[in-house]
Design a protein around this ligand. Structure first.
Ligand SMILES: [Zn+2]
Length: 389
């Protein structure tokens, strides 16, 4: 039987801007602040929370990157090489996704989104394993590796086991058994809601009320069973309301270079990432997009300061990032822009993640990368040393 429960709740996309004036968990977790996130999407930010490392250290920025040598999609090259008119439909794409997942034993988050099939044999994905398991982020140590190594009894819940309500119910039952010292709950559905409703603050506030209530009940259950309960709720990144769209494909259409013959471009919602093959293509693309005021190129200095610099350029030889609220559409994430989006510069106000705690945590916790040592300190795995930067 354990006497204390350390409850960590990761809420995808719970941006500080959305909760700063909302009474979300205020009575239970009154110590609140914003946390700076990292460049990229959840693919980058969640590993930063789980490891305490920046993208260039844990290796993850976006789901797809250039294959270095072998691609997990190589075996599907023959279907990817067929004319798009025959293969670019949901049936073939669904089959490719299923086969790729099974043939490679992908356990993590894997979607093809709208990435053209013919691009796949030159790409790889960074999330091959379930990051909520020990060994889930090869090459670095995550909180789950540390907890396992130190034999701390813990439970982790994520979307693989069910929707948010199901996970909360599972955790509630586990709390009544008093066998675990650490609980890690990842809730993914606020992200989807915000993507669809970021233009409707009243609807968002009501939705947050529901989550605040659900987490309050979990806290009450913990307090009934344990002598001491620590609750810490945090997000991976925020969510900006969409204010404009940017058609990168159309902007580049007039150039004498085209994809995928002269260059390859991956269009995420907020980033256009390029690799170039033909002489002159780089200069033409860079010059044309540099005229665009609603975004900018991220140079080596920018990426280094964001701790997202990859010398092998696996995430793009050149990366164009849009301003907060400006969504690339069409992109491989969708033909139309969602009502809300994330993945902008970490300094944009809506990029900041929310953080709230039942206990004062000190001024060391300022970035999402600081959450890992906070969790390990609470769990008794490390002593309360200052967070290294
Ligand atoms: Zn999202």
């Amino acid at each position: 039987m354990e006497s204390e429960a350390n409850i960590f709740v990761l809420i995808d996309a719970l941006g500080w801007e959305w909760v700063k004036s909302h009474p979300f968990l205020e009575s239970i977790a009154p110590y609140r602040r914003r946390l700076r996130s990292v460049l990229g999407y959840s693919t980058a930010a969640i590993p930063s929370i789980l490891t305490g490392l920046y993208p260039e250290q844990h290796g993850r920025l976006t789901l797809f990157h250039a294959a270095n040598g072998s691609s997990p999609f190589k075996r599907l090259s023959w279907v990817c090489a067929m004319p798009p008119a025959l293969t670019e439909n949901r049936y073939v794409r669904h089959a490719v996704k299923r086969i790729a997942r099974r043939a490679n034993g992908f356990e993590g988050y894997f979607q093809l989104y709208g990435v053209p099939l013919r691009y796949l044999p030159s790409l790889d994905i960074c999330e091959k394993r379930d990051i909520y398991q020990p060994g889930g982020i090869p090459g670095v140590k995550s909180i789950f590796d540390s907890l396992t190594e130190h034999r701390v009894p813990y439970a982790a819940y994520c979307y693989h086991q069910g929707d948010d309500r199901t996970l909360a119910a599972m955790m509630r039952r586990e709390l009544s058994r008093r066998e675990k010292k650490v609980y890690f709950l990842y809730l993914a559905q606020i992200d989807a809601f915000l993507h669809e409703n970021a233009d409707n603050p009243a609807a968002v506030a009501r939705f947050l009320d529901g989550y605040s209530e659900m987490l309050s009940e979990l806290h009450a259950e913990a307090a009934r069973n344990y002598e001491r309960v620590r609750l810490c709720v945090f997000a991976d990144h925020g969510m900006a309301p969409t204010v404009a769209t940017l058609d990168v494909k159309a902007i580049l259409e007039g150039l004498p270079f085209s994809a995928p013959r002269d260059y390859l471009v991956l269009l995420d919602s907020t980033m256009a990432r390029f690799w170039f093959f033909s002489p002159g293509a780089r200069e033409a693309v860079v010059e044309r997009l540099a005229r665009e005021r609603r975004g900018r190129w991220l140079g080596e200095e920018d990426l280094r300061s964001l701790r997202a610099w990859f010398p092998d350029r696996r995430y793009g030889e050149e990366i164009f990032l849009t301003e907060q609220g400006v969504v690339i559409a069409p992109s491989f994430m969708g033909v139309n822009a969602a009502k809300g989006m994330h993945g902008f510069h970490p300094d944009a106000p809506h990029s900041y993640a929310a953080f709230m705690s039942s206990e004062e945590v000190g001024s060391d916790v300022q970035e999402i990368t600081d959450v890992c040592s906070l969790m390990l300190t609470s769990a008794g795995v490390i002593s309360g040393a200052p967070v290294p930067r």
